[in-house]
Design a protein around this ligand. Structure first.
Ligand code: BGC
Length: 765
């Protein structure tokens, strides 16, 4: 059974009742972030039960030397680690001589967590009866500021309920932390300096090898019944990597005492002197104060929701699901900094060890294109342009020449930092998604300028890679691609993965066309680029020859594209006939058994139908969908969304709806039994696509928005907004009708179910 303890609510994620077995899952689900930093919902006070501690800073990583494969030529030297950053949230609490620890106290009552997505804060409240008999009520609110993105703030309130209490608050900053995921059990942080002034303290540390310098800071104030007191620390405990202040207060029964802790990070990516920057960050936050910071937070989130909210009437779980996804995406990446990207776990866990996967181009770009200013998606494309040299170096390590580029499967700075051979060397389809995103950006935004400026060089590097990666098979009389892993990672080292061959062919064709277009329309850029990359007509013709003669595995008998050569030789037992107790197979079966099985981790052939929908007939989609869906176990978070979109297109609305719930509530309901490791951030953009592209039927064809709206029977209505070429379109779909509104006085022509219509002026204007 999936977990089901999260209370349905339109705007909040809520947990009620204290259950030690759920701590790690809730730490993931209640994570908070602001694009620059974030952390899991670890308790502020010490907790001796099972927990997964995690605080993270965007762009800070460690190249952990690989343990395997070092003897294979071309093998990446390191597997990057998302770093567990120094802890600024810690506040140990002593009550009448006893440490507060929810794992060991006599009783925990009324435990409740709320992640308020509308306003961007996390709250935890409970009553605890300590072994010494003192009963306290606790309410803690924490947020990381969107406006001042180097700071977060905690308001920790305690009310002794049955007697007076001597409370010692022990806020600290600690850089002596380790990663759960470390290849050699080494420490990743080197402490440099600990300092303090009044109620402020600073720990500066740097990462080994990468030398990112970070000052982690805190500033504390003690409050009594809502009034700030003049109390200063009675004691300061300093170690080389940690500093802790002790504040003693006597609180009468029934009175409320609190500590407010401002904390956060200043990093060398942004500042020369991180200590001075930390002083300034504190000053700004203190001058605002908790209430104003909270007000700013609510306003900043309201601006985000104004553009990106999706409403669903009549289905609270579906509503909560989509808002959770949109909230998490915005917590992870806001598009302010082109050095950053969207890690699959965002600020919610360490898994995946890198910041950037093909997930960004294949899944996230549509969300950011439609809900933010166009610059944000352009920044994401520029990120790859800036890493082109490294992609060329990466390909050359594998023996490719002449500027062929292989983008990494996982990267922090452009270097490959994943180290399973079947992924690093073989999951080369990622190169295709990077090219596809360039096409998609132009298709959606209408802004071609990116291609002559930057995109074409990326496309040429990628086309050169595919051109060299194929080989001519005199047996097939076609070009083949051998030894790859497709998107379905439950198959490795296969020949002629349909998706890979198709996207390779498309990349060659598309790049060929863009070289021609740039040559005609942007002759100066064409000259600059061709001189730089030294491309010749014969090279272009040779690409064309390969793309025109690519081999695709196909079964005449089943009228199907085959996921790869030999797929039909498998023991084709459908997922429906597989004992439920065997799933998820990645937790129940050996890897060897998985590889031989017919089970598909995520959309593979169907991923091709998703990207290139208009290249195939509806009949072809149906045949391939019915076949492959029946073998798919969706053990990648990226899988249900594509299936939901295609099921909606095929009018399988019940199926589309259940895939929608699966994608949108993947973490909230923990379908894959792994949420304690962190949330699946990148697939959350897929959830957005399943509403906008799936149910709404949004497509862009010939510079025009097309819709074919459908609605699950469980919903009364839904609505979403998109930014299309700087016009804001609101789409409202109910069981009987659909409305399209455009902001301002402009007109917007659309095609709805094949008919041309105009969006009307929004009633709110
Ligand atoms: C999927 C990949 C994906 C990665 C990060 C894996 O489980 O198979 O396609 O890029 O997760 O989300």
């Amino acid at each position: 059974m999936n977990q089901d303890y999260i209370k349905p609510d339109n705007w909040s994620v809520i947990e009620e009742g204290f259950d030690v077995t759920r701590i790690k899952s809730s730490e993931s689900l209640f994570s908070i972030g602001n694009g620059a930093m974030g952390q899991r919902a670890n308790f502020e006070e010490n907790y001796t039960g099972e927990t997964f501690q995690g605080s993270y800073i965007a762009g800070i990583y460690y190249p952990d030397k690989t343990k395997v494969g070092w003897w294979k030529n071309g093998y990446p030297e390191y597997f990057a680690k998302v770093l567990n950053a120094p802890n600024w949230i810690g506040i140990d609490i002593e009550i009448n001589g006893e440490n507060l620890d929810l794992n060991t106290c006599m009783e925990v009552k009324n435990f409740r967590r709320e992640l308020n997505m509308k306003e961007g804060w996390y709250n935890r409240s409970f009553n605890a009866i300590l072994k010494n008999g003192t009963e306290i009520a606790v309410n803690v609110r924490r947020f990381v500021s969107l406006k001042l993105d180097e700071i977060g703030i905690i308001n920790y309130e305690i009310t002794p309920l049955n007697k007076n209490a001597k409370i010692i608050y022990k806020p600290y900053v600690d850089a002596g932390i380790t990663n759960e995921d470390a290849n050699w059990e080494e420490k990743f942080w080197e402490p440099l300096e600990v300092s303090k002034a009044n109620n402020k303290a600073f720990v500066t540390a740097q990462t080994f090898k990468t030398h990112f310098k970070v000052t982690t800071f805190m500033q504390n104030s003690i409050w009594s019944n809502g009034q700030k007191t003049a109390i200063s620390p009675s004691d300061v405990e300093t170690k080389s990597d940690k500093i802790q202040f002790n504040y003693d207060v006597i609180v009468a029964q029934g009175e409320k005492s609190s500590i407010q802790k401002i904390g956060g990070y200043t990093v060398s990516l942004n500042h020369k002197n991180t200590l001075i920057a930390a002083e300034k960050a504190i000053e700004k936050a203190v001058s605002k104060g908790y209430e104003l910071l909270l007000e700013d937070q609510i306003n900043a989130w309201s601006e985000i929701w104004e553009m990106s909210d999706i409403t669903i009437e009549g289905d609270v779980k579906a509503q909560q699901g989509i808002r959770f996804n949109i909230f998490q995406l915005n917590q992870t990446y806001l598009g302010k900094d082109s050095r950053l990207n969207i890690g699959p776990k965002g600020f919610t866990g360490e898994k995946y060890g890198g910041s950037t996967y093909w997930d960004t181009e294949a899944y996230c770009i549509p969300f950011y294109m439609a809900t933010k200013d166009q610059e944000v998606a352009r920044n994401l494309l520029t990120y790859r342009y800036n890493q082109l040299d490294k992609a060329i170096e990466n390909a050359s390590k594998l023996g490719f020449v002449n500027g062929a580029a292989l983008y990494p499967m996982v990267t922090m700075n452009g270097e490959e930092c994943h180290n399973e051979w079947e992924i690093t060397f073989e999951e080369i389809h990622r190169n295709g998604a990077i090219a596809f995103a360039i096409y998609n950006f132009h298709r959606y935004t209408g802004d071609y300028s990116y291609i002559p400026e930057k995109g074409l060089e990326v496309l040429i590097g990628i086309a050169r890679f595919w051109h060299q990666r194929v080989n001519y098979s005199s047996n097939q009389k076609k070009y083949v691609i051998l030894g790859v892993t497709g998107p379905n990672e439950y198959e490795n080292n296969v020949n002629n993965n349909f998706y890979t061959n198709y996207i390779a062919k498309w990349c060659l064709e598309y790049t060929y066309e863009q070289v021609q277009k740039v040559s005609l329309e942007y002759p100066l850029d064409h000259k600059r680029i061709t001189e730089k990359v030294k491309i010749t007509d014969s090279e272009l013709q040779s690409w064309k020859n390969v793309s025109d003669n690519m081999y695709f595995p196909f079964s005449e008998e089943h009228n199907l594209y085959l996921q790869q050569d030999g797929f039909l030789d498998k023991d084709l037992v459908r997922v429906a006939d597989l004992d439920k107790g065997q799933r998820p197979i990645n937790q129940k079966w050996s890897w060897d058994r998985i590889l031989r099985s017919p089970y598909i981790k995520q959309a593979d052939v169907l991923q091709c139908f998703y990207f290139f929908e208009d290249h195939f007939t509806r009949e072809e989609l149906k045949n391939n969908f019915d076949f492959y869906e029946s073998f798919t176990v969706h053990e990648s978070s990226l899988s249900p969304c594509v299936h939901s979109i295609q099921a909606a297109l095929l009018d399988k609305m019940d199926m589309a709806y259940s895939f929608y719930l699966r994608t949108s509530r993947l973490d909230l309901d923990d379908y894959n039994h792994e949420v304690e490791e962190g949330c699946h951030i990148t697939s959350m953009a897929g959830t957005w696509m399943s509403i906008v592209e799936g149910f709404g039927g949004l497509r862009v064809r010939d510079n025009t928005l097309h819709f074919s709206p459908k609605i699950p029977k469980e919903w009364q209505s839904y609505s979403f907004k998109i930014n299309f070429r700087n016009q804001i379109l609101t789409v409202v779909v109910s069981q009987n009708e659909t409305h399209f509104y455009v902001n301002g006085d402009t007109k917007l022509a659309l095609v709805v179910n094949g008919q041309k219509v105009f969006a009307s002026k929004s009633p709110q204007n």
